[in-house]
Write a protein that binds this ligand. Structure first.
Ligand SMILES: [Zn+2]
Length: 138
């Protein structure tokens, strides 16, 4: 799914509308996740933002990511059984395909998967998250 890129003004507007002061670091982190990456890890975010802020610490990156998540601008995705955490600029409900050869996440529309549950009544389901594993053909 292609996201349309946001210019710096739109990035600042999104931060402000979400209730975050658009600091230079937040702008750099959100712009990278939104425009220039695909499900990056915190380390990948740091590598990219380092080019603009060479002295930024990983702790600051984490604080910035946590603020973006808390204000709904990005989602944190924990990849099952891997310990990997990545950040997702696609904040609409979707599932993921894991390309096991590349370790890459690909967004799947909710409509592309039908979940037919037949669980005992005492399971009070809050949410369904699906990771489909495989490889891309061709
Ligand atoms: Zn995603």
């Amino acid at each position: 799914m292609e996201r349309s890129k946001k210019d710096t003004t739109e990035i600042m507007e999104s931060l402000s509308q979400a209730g975050l002061n658009p600091t230079a670091q937040r702008i750099a982190v959100f712009q990278y996740i939104h425009n220039d990456s695909d499900h990056p890890t915190p380390e990948q975010v740091k590598d990219a933002v380092d080019r603009v802020f060479p002295t930024i610490s990983l702790a600051t990156i984490y604080n910035t990511l946590n603020a973006l998540v808390a204000h709904g601008l990005v989602h944190q995705v924990k990849i099952p059984h891997s310990g990997r955490v990545v950040y997702d600029a696609n904040t609409s409900k979707h599932y993921h395909f894991i390309d096991e050869a590349e370790g890459k996440l690909i967004d799947l529309n909710q409509e592309s998967i039908t979940v037919d549950m037949n669980l005992p009544e005492h399971f009070d389901i809050q949410d369904v998250d699906i990771f489909v594993k495989g490889k891309l053909k061709g």
